[in-house]
Design a protein around this ligand. Structure first.
Ligand code: DAT
Ligand code: MG
Length: 136
């Protein structure tokens, strides 16, 4: 069964959006398969975002992700990677539709509340990085 990696970023945790976000994935019908609150180190955040290492916003992105605890999750279900991205909304909240998580809860691209894998391949890689010992 298809799985995706979803992370509630430090702003989402600090703003008390964890329950709301989990609820949206649950109500859609997806199954929570792994969940942990974790504060990651710089090298780990750089690894997670390694594909963006050449972007001008990379260092700011890494600083943001390590600024506080995040909620790392594995969600499972039919089409969960693509549908998860739809539930999350466009990268820049200025373009995210109302009804999506970013559309409802964010304004700035640099504080966009949540991460979701962009392909089945990325999901496999990210689940392996964040849950190296399985979904515990
Ligand atoms: P997504 O998180 O929608 O998969 P991405 O993988 O292209 O988007 O970028 C990862 C994160 O980097 C994104 O959630 C927020 C940040 N980011 C992307 N583009 C940015 C930009 N132009 N300025 C600042 N931060 C940006
Ligand atoms: Mg991405």
């Amino acid at each position: 069964m298809e799985q995706t990696f979803i992370m509630i970023k430090p702003d989402g945790v600090q703003r008390g959006l964890v329950g709301e976000i989990i609820s949206r994935f649950e109500k859609k019908g997806f199954t929570l398969k792994g969940l942990k609150l974790q504060t990651v180190e710089q090298s780990f955040a750089e690894k997670h975002y390694e594909d963006l290492a050449t972007k001008p916003f990379f260092s700011g992105l890494v600083e943001y992700i390590i600024s506080g605890p995040v909620v790392a999750m594995i969600w499972e279900g039919k089409g969960v990677v693509a549908t998860g991205r739809k539930i999350i909304g466009a990268t820049n909240p200025a373009a995210s539709e109302p009804g999506t998580i970013r559309g409802d809860f964010a304004i700035h691209v640099g504080r966009n509340v949540i991460h979701g894998s962009d392909s089945v391949e990325s999901a496999t890689k990210e689940i392996g990085l964040w849950f190296p010992d399985g979904p515990n």
